[in-house]
Design a protein around this ligand. Sequence first.
Ligand SMILES: NC(=O)CC[C@H](N)C(=O)O
Length: 313
Amino acid sequence: MSSRPGTSSLTDGTEDIQAWLEDIHQQARTRLGQGHVASYIPALSTQDANRFGIAICTNDGRVYTAGDAREPFSVQSISKVFLLTLSLRAFGNALWERVGLNPSGMPFNSLAQLEAERGKPRNPFINAGAIVVADSLVSAFATPVQVIQDAARRLSGNASILIDRDVLASEWKHRSRNAAMAYLTKAFGNINNEVDDVLYAYFACCSLSMNCVDLAVALNYLAAEGYSRKTDEQFVEAELARRINSLLFTSGMYDAAGEFAYRVGLPAKSGVGGGIVAIVPGQFSVCAWSPALDDNGNSVVAQYALELMSDRL
Ligand SMILES: NC(=O)CC[C@H](N)C(=O)O
């Protein structure tokens, strides 16, 4: 993209944007080979670390892609954005009596902080927070997983989005740590349903299989003041979209949120499947994906691609 001073919107020609994206993809590829594919969920460990895709969805509905942007991957913690949005739609600010709003400064699966803070998770994007949010959805809906899958399908316009049953089975089998968090939270009175039901809903959402285009399109409402072009509805109020973006900015990248904010400066959510969604409010949403992660559980190449992108905006 040209870098005329003072211009930062994606209003240039389509070919320019496509070339710009391909250029970022080319440059970010140089970091393939760094990091490690997540192995604590065995079904994720078989992913090919050399995959790398990126997709942009502009607020006027144009989609640009480079690399493996249409290859489905496990969304993992990116699903926490769907969980939070649906819970805030159902419960509004009452949710914040159960979940905090501050960065955790701890790994996403920390038990120590949850114990110290008496079962009120720091924010909705660490695992304990998302498990409380999932509990709220188990209370609100008879079929919470279906509700979330439907939302992902409608917002992305892709009716064939599925839950990856192998990933779900693998997460379930290796659930000890998340189960410990859920039971500890329940012991403090902050889980209302059966732990197994809540964990199942949480894992099923993490196991959604989507590609970069699906995610960039589905989460574009956060760039577009809450409006979803796909469903042609105000999915959330503009103010709520702004608040979710603020939370993503401070807490979306786990304990690396500060560093990511410094380097990239955009609201973003990562998942251990290697995806990262970032939001440029008023302009576009972007999803980058490459499976190998750094020590914080964030994709090395996807982070670098977003850093290059933000440098050039
Ligand atoms: N950070 C992540 O993507 C973690 C999600 C994963 N399903 C877990 O519970 O550990």
